[in-house]
Design a protein around this ligand. Structure first.
Ligand SMILES: [Fe+2]
Length: 394
């Protein structure tokens, strides 16, 4: 009897291992399918230079190469058998990893950047945590709001896309790198796991964005200095309840007035303007949409146009979540345009970027950094209060 149970447990363990192995294999292939990703040994991150050695030796971006062959390549490199479980997918961001996206940004007005499965899972996890957070009573949510620094929860009302009278019909939660050391936020992660997860995603998206900017410089202005953005950018989760509103647009048409916005949502609604017509944004499972803003237009001498977009209300009963990485330059740098012409002559690009959020009811980058953001207690309560269905403006 005891032997039978042991056999059963052993076979269950083997089955569980096989399932994990299969899932791992799918994840690796999935990552490789998006060029620019390599298989990498999890423990080899410690060894400086290995990434370059492996990538140049094994032509790892070809997803048609059987994993066993890749395993052999790694094994030869490390002179011992290497199992699939020891590999992981990692972005290989070089100076021009995303270079092929730049002509697309010029010609189509947007680009789709691949992300690895782990980042996709983290984003999905943030949506799940967000749902748990946003469905709490208002007083609980407001415990995680630091509007002076634009960190954390923001109720429906202050933020708008066109005019204050038509607020974006969404609640949101924002995370800034510049606020990481703020003592007020020290205990947030204990009571609000969403905050910690968004910080992790911020870091991962910073890597993707750094690669994008390096590719932009390689394409438009080889040799130009690196563009610093980490402390000027924020990550935001929006939480919509479409069925609560009669308006046809949950967000009015606008461009974000940033360098770029990286976005992904868990439901339809986002529409982008292509050739003068708003069409649904189609974003694959392991992709992010890159939406250029007018600060990038200024940097590129308007070769890249701002992408206008809106969010349509499909009146669905289920909530809709989206994650947005709003990328701005850090304000303590002087930015020379990558391409100078009459569109950006004499323009202070950093000052323009700082002012951008004030067009949407948010503090400038300068004010937000200084803790001079909007204080909800001083706001117009008629605008702040969530509106009943009957009074929602069209
Ligand atoms: Fe937007």
């Amino acid at each position: 009897m005891v032997g039978g149970i042991a056999l059963l447990l052993a076979s269950s363990a083997v089955a569980a291992l096989a399932i994990r192995h299969e899932a791992r294999e799918r994840e690796l292939i999935d990552g490789l399918r998006h060029g620019g990703y390599v298989l990498y040994l999890r423990h080899a991150r410690r060894l400086r230079g290995d990434r370059e050695a492996l990538s140049s030796e094994s032509k790892l971006t070809d997803f048609l190469v059987p994993l066993g062959v890749l395993g052999s390549a790694f094994s030869a490199c490390y002179r011992r058998p290497i199992a699939i479980e020891e590999m992981c997918v990692m972005s290989l961001v070089t100076d021009n990893s995303y270079r092929s996206l730049m002509p697309q940004m010029e010609e189509r007005g947007f680009a789709l950047v691949p992300i690895d499965a782990a980042l996709g899972r983290a984003i999905d996890h943030s949506f799940a945590l967000g749902h748990g957070f946003f469905t709490k009573p208002a007083e609980d949510k407001l415990r995680y709001a630091l509007p002076a620094f634009v960190e954390g929860y923001r109720e429906l009302g202050p933020e708008y896309s066109k005019v204050p009278e038509r607020p974006d019909l969404t609640e949101s939660f924002s995370v800034w790198n510049r606020n990481r050391a703020r003592p007020e936020l020290e205990n947030w992660s204990a009571g609000c796991p969403l905050h910690g997860v968004l910080r992790d995603i911020f870091d991962q998206l910073t890597g993707v964005t750094r690669g994008l900017f390096r590719s932009m410089i390689d394409y438009w202005a080889p040799g130009a200095p690196e563009l610093r953005f980490s402390n000027g950018s924020w990550l935001q989760v929006n939480y919509y309840e479409p069925a609560r509103h009669r308006r046809e647009l949950l967000q009015d048409p606008h461009e974000d007035m940033h360098l770029v916005t990286l976005v992904r949502a868990n439901a339809p609604g986002l529409e982008i303007e292509v050739d003068g017509v708003f069409v649904p944004a189609e974003v694959g499972e392991n992709e992010l949409l890159v939406m250029p803003g007018s600060i990038l237009s200024l940097m590129t001498g308007w070769r890249v146009k701002p992408l206008y977009h809106q969010v349509r209300n499909n009146h669905r009963g289920d909530p809709r979540s989206s994650i947005l990485f709003f990328v701005n330059p850090e304000i303590d740098q002087v930015l020379e345009p990558w391409i100078s012409n009459e569109t950006n002559a004499g323009v202070d690009i950093v000052a323009r970027a700082s002012a951008g959020p004030s067009n949407f009811g948010l503090p400038t980058l300068v004010d937000g950094l200084a803790g001079k953001g909007t204080d909800p207690a001083e706001m117009d309560t008629a605008i702040r209060a969530p509106r009943p269905l009957e009074s929602a403006a069209q």
